[in-house]
Design a protein around this ligand. Structure first.
Ligand code: NAD
Length: 375
C-alpha cells in the first residue's frame, strides 16, 4: 500500500522507524504545514516532500493518508483526505469533537473508504496474549478491570531534552493543552473494547490539578491532567480507568475473574509479559497465589525492532492491518465504527469535569477478530 504522511513532527520518526517491519507499506512522500519540518524529515529519511496538502492529495500514487498532525488538525486533514478519495489512518483522537468524528465516519462510509485511528497496540503481542488467555477463561468469569495510565509529574521532567531521531522536540505545549486523557486513555480502552465489547455507560470525573504546568508559554486551556472513569460494558464487565500526569508511572492492567487475576505491568510495550495469579483455598483461607505464573506470549517470532528508548511500540501495525484488509476485501480490525466508539468514550471522560454524571454511549461496533498469530 502506498502511503503519505501528513505531519512531520515528533511522532513521525516513530512511524518511519517501524515501517521497515512491514515491507508491504511504501512511503511515497511527506508533508507538513511547516516547510522546515517537511524539509527536515525529507532530508533525514530521504523521502520526497510535497509542497502542500493539495499536491499530496492530487498524487494518484497515494492510496492512504497517515494523519500525524496535532489533534486540533485531525478533523480538517482527515476530511480533506477522504474527500480526495484516500483511505485514512489517523493518530488519536479521530477528532476533538464527537460531532466531527461522526462526520468523518459518515464521509468514509459514503465513499467506501477505510478510516482507522491509533493506538494500534491492540494488535501487539501483549494485548493478543491477554485476549487469548481471556478466551481460554484462565481466570474464570471476568467481573472487574483496573487500568492505570499514570505518567508521573511530566511538567517537572526534562522534556525539553526529548528529541525525536531526526531532532524534533517533544510538543509539550500541545500535549498539556490536549490533556492526558485524550492522549493516553485509548491505550487501555481499545483493549477493553476488543476484549469485552462495546461500552454501555461511563461515569467519569476529570480535573486540571496543575493549570500552568510551570511552562515558559502560557497554556490556553485547563485540560484535565487527571481523570477517573467507571465504565460498564454491555457484556456486564465493569472497568475503572485512571489517567494522570500527576501520579507516578503506572501502566498496569489488572483483570479480575472468579478464579484469579490476569495482568500485565506495562501496556505501553509490545512484548510486556502477561501473568496469572490463581485463587486457591487452604483450610479456611482463600488466597491469591503468591508466585505469579507467566502466560506464554503469542507471536514471539513476529519481527520487531529493538529499542531501549521511548519507542517500545510498533506504530505501523494498524496501517499494515489496513493494507491487509484492503487486499483481503475485509474491514480493518480497527474499523471506523470501533474507532468512533473509542473516541466517544475518551471524549466523554475528558469532558466529564467535576460534574460526574453517567454518560450513555450512542455508538457500537461489530466484534473484532484476533490476529492470526494469536488464534
Ligand atoms: N509525542 C508523542 O510521544 C506521541 C506518541 C504517540 C502519538 N502521538 C500523537 O501523534 C500526533 C502528532 O503528535 P506529535 O508529537 O508528532 O506532534 P508535533 O507537534 O511534534 O507534530 C505535529 C506536526 O503536524 C504539523 N501540522 C499540524 N497541523 C497541520 C496541518 N493542518 N497540515 C499539515 N501539517 C500540520 C505541525 O506543523 C507539526 O510539525 C498527535 O495526535 C499525538 O497525540 C504523539
Amino acid at each position: 500500500m502506498r502511503i503519505a504522511l501528513v505531519g512531520c513532527g515528533f511522532v513521525a520518526d516513530y512511524y518511519k522507524k517501524t515501517m521497515s517491519l512491514h515491507p508491504e507499506l511504501e512511503l511515497v512522500g511527506v508533508m507538513d504545514r511547516n516547510p522546515e519540518r517537511s524539509a527536515n524529515f525529507s532530508a533525514y529519511h530521504s523521502i520526497p516532500a510535497y509542497q502542500s496538502l493539495e499536491e499530496l492529495l492530487e498524487d494518484k500514487k497515494v492510496e492512504t493518508v497517515i494523519n500525524l498532525t496535532n489533534p486540533s488538525s485531525h478533523y480538517e486533514v482527515s476530511k480533506a483526505a477522504l474527500e480526495a478519495g484516500k483511505h485514512v489512518y489517523s493518530e488519536k483522537p479521530l477528532a476533538m469533537e464527537f460531532s466531527q468524528a461522526k462526520d468523518l465516519v459518515s464521509l468514509a462510509e459514503s465513499k467506501n473508504l477505510h478510516l482507522s485511528t491509533a493506538p494500534c497496540s491492540l494488535l501487539n503481542e501483549t494485548a493478543q496474549t491477554l485476549w487469548k488467555a481471556l478466551r481460554e477463561e484462565v481466570v474464570g468469569q471476568v467481573r472487574l478491570v483496573y487500568g492505570e495510565m499514570d505518567d508521573g509529574l511530566v511538567h517537572r521532567f526534562a522534556y525539553k531534552k526529548w528529541l525525536s531521531e531526526s531532532g524534533i522536540p517533544w510538543p509539550y505545549q500541545d500535549e498539556f493543552e490536549v490533556g492526558c486523557t485524550i492522549e493516553h486513555a485509548g491505550y487501555i480502552l481499545t483493549w477493553l473494547a476488543a476484549f469485552f465489547g462495546p461500552a454501555e455507560t461511563v461515569t467519569a470525573f476529570s480535573s486540571c490539578l496543575i493549570p500552568d504546568k510551570e511552562t515558559d508559554v502560557p497554556l490556553d486551556n485547563n485540560a484535565p491532567d487527571f481523570s477517573v472513569a467507571c465504565i460498564k460494558y454491555q457484556s456486564g464487565v465493569v472497568a475503572r480507568l485512571t489517567c494522570s500526569i500527576v501520579a507516578p508511572h503506572d501502566h498496569a492492567i489488572k483483570i479480575f475473574g472468579d478464579d484469579g487475576v490476569l495482568y500485565t505491568k506495562e501496556c505501553w510495550k509490545d512484548r510486556s509479559p502477561v501473568y496469572i495469579r490463581k485463587r486457591f483455598t487452604i483450610r479456611r483461607k482463600t488466597l491469591l497465589s503468591p508466585i505469579p505464573k507467566t502466560y506464554p506470549l503469542v507471536g514471539k517470532n513476529n519481527p520487531h525492532i529493538k529499542s531501549k528508548g521511548g519507542q517500545q511500540l510498533n506504530f505501523c501495525r494498524g496501517i499494515a492491518d489496513l493494507a491487509e484488509a484492503i487486499a483481503q476485501n475485509r474491514s480493518p480490525r480497527l474499523s471506523a465504527q470501533y474507532c468512533l466508539h473509542i473516541c466517544e468514550l475518551v471524549l466523554a471522560i475528558h469532558n466529564a469535569l467535576e460534574a460526574g454524571s453517567a454518560y450513555k454511549l450512542s455508538t457500537t461496533f461489530d466484534p473484532i477478530e484476533p490476529m492470526d498469530y494469536a488464534r
